[in-house]
Structures are given as structure tokens and as C-alpha cells.
Design a protein around this ligand. Structure first.
Ligand code: HEC
Length: 124
């Protein structure tokens, strides 16, 4: 049997590579950074940070059942609400936006922040 025939047979009988799993949403991927401290289960505040389920549109420090810093509670009392803009600024530099907040800086690029904020908005 000619060599090229053996090679052709090998190519034709090699099973196709399994379909790779769909790439996770970039926002979901970026949330892995947050998941160490934040649950996405509603009212699951038994973590270092409050649950982020439904956080878009929520008053800062507004989830009942989580022991926020005085600084974040005061920001909420002054009318701070989490939207794309406030969240972007807080994630970029928490202490600059809410001096005295307990959340440490998370790092990450502007693109990752935008992706995680969009993803959080979709988690209703
Ligand atoms: C090391 C732990 C930790 C990580 C990681 C972390 N956070 Fe936090 N986060 C906290 C803590 C603690 C608070 C409460 C801060 C306070 O009370 O001042 C908080 C508060 C928040 C709040 C305010 C919630 C509210 O109800 O007012 C948002 C929004 C938030 N985090 C988003 C994020 C996002 C998005 C990420 C990932 C990019 C992230 N956090 C990563 C610890 C963390």
C-alpha cells in the first residue's frame, strides 16, 4: 500500500476534535475576580461582601442583612445608586469614590469592568 494512502486513511479516520465548550461570557469570566467575596444568590450575604444579585439600580449599602461599612451606608443615604457610571468608578478605585469603604481595589482593565458591569445587569 503506498505511503500516501496510509496517510490519507489516517486523516480520514481520525475522529473530529470534540466541540470545545462555548467561551464563557467575558463578564462572567471577569466576575471570577469578584466571586471570592460576592455571591450572586439573592440575599446570600454570608460572605466577605454582599450578594450582587440585582445590584444595578440598588442604593449603595442597600442590601438588608449585610454589615456594610459606615462609609458605604452614608454614601447610600446621600443618594448614591449603583449604575454603570458609579459602578465603573467604584471598581476602578473604591476608596476614591467612597473613602472608608471596606472593599479593596480589585484591579482589572476598563474592558473587564465594562464586561462585568454588563454581565451583572443581565443577572436579574
Ligand atoms: C476581597 C473581597 C472582595 C472582592 C474580591 C470584591 N469585593 Fe466588592 N465588596 C467587598 C466588600 C467587603 C464590600 C462592602 C464594602 C463596604 O461595606 O464598604 C463590597 C462591596 C461591593 C459593592 C457595593 C454593593 C452594595 O450593596 O452597595 C459592589 C457593587 C461590589 N462590591 C462589586 C464588586 C465587583 C464587581 C467585584 C469584582 C470586580 C468585587 N466587588 C470584588 C469585597 C470584595
Amino acid at each position: 500500500m503506498p505511503l500516501y494512502w496510509l496517510l490519507l486513511t489516517a486523516v480520514l479516520t481520525t475522529p473530529p476534535a470534540p466541540q470545545s465548550a462555548p467561551a464563557p461570557d467575558p463578564g462572567e469570566r471577569a466576575f471570577q475576580r469578584c466571586a471570592a467575596c460576592h455571591s450572586m444568590r439573592a440575599n446570600d450575604h454570608d460572605n466577605p461582601g454582599p450578594s450582587l444579585r440585582g445590584v444595578l439600580g440598588r442604593r449603595a449599602g442597600g442590601a438588608s442583612g449585610f454589615a456594610y461599612s459606615d462609609a458605604l451606608k452614608a454614601a447610600g443615604r446621600r443618594g448614591m445608586v449603583w449604575d454603570e457610571r458609579t459602578l465603573e468608578r467604584y471598581l476602578a478605585d473604591p476608596v476614591a469614590v467612597v473613602p472608608g469603604t471596606d472593599m479593596p481595589y480589585q484591579g482589572g482593565s476598563a474592558a473587564e469592568r465594562a464586561a462585568v458591569i454588563a454581565w451583572l445587569r443581565r443577572q436579574r
